[in-house]
Write a protein that binds this ligand. Sequence first.
Ligand SMILES: Cc1cc2nc3c(=O)[nH]c(=O)nc-3n(C[C@H](O)[C@H](O)[C@H](O)COP(=O)(O)O)c2cc1C
Length: 210
Amino acid sequence: MNNTIINALNWRYATKKYDTTKTVSPQDLETLIESLHLSPSSFGFQPWKFFVISNPELKQNLAAQSQPSVGQASHIIVCAAKKTLTPMDIDNWMREISEQRGVSIESLAGYAEMSKGYSQSKTQDEIFSWNARQVYIALGFLLETSALLGIDATPMEGFNPEKFDELLGISDSDYTSVVICPIGYRAQDDAYANVKKVRYPKDSIITVIE
Ligand SMILES: Cc1cc2nc3c(=O)[nH]c(=O)nc-3n(C[C@H](O)[C@H](O)[C@H](O)COP(=O)(O)O)c2cc1C
């Protein structure tokens, strides 16, 4: 086992109380942001937006629509999922690949057609649920990167998405908040820091087939 990784994953926990005097450095913040940026997604569509908030007033307003620890954290990361996926989104994505890789749009036609067929076979609810699942992959990247950097983080679904969307000014957009993650440094007196991490026995959830 790689102890650097496993020790970091044992060290991390869903922090309930943050040290209000500590701030994540710009360099570490950049690394966390890059880990979101580099997260994989189905077909590479990246159906998400992330908001990284340190503004004190906005943090307090968001905390009022969630849990107090949110307002104590250095930054709040709000992860929003795209509500829809249109053929135009797929065309835009193909254009991006074409430009960044220097390949022709025509060479991507098969890929475009396949992904349009796949997305058009889904209902609106299925599309949103699919997009939201991609967002949770990015959340996983964020949590692991935070742990490796020694930064505390709390994945949270306990918040009011409608109010968050209002406060972020995205209510009328094609995106909605699905999960949030305050980041920062644990308060010395956070009682949860020392409770045993509870997981089901490994062999009850993992089957290795050789
Ligand atoms: C998607 C998701 C949503 C969660 N929502 C909340 C939440 O709203 N409030 C909270 O205090 N913890 C929340 N948690 C934290 C979990 O309760 C915690 O990760 C779990 O109990 C395992 O403990 P550990 O993270 O300390 O190892 C959430 C975790 C995940 C992954």
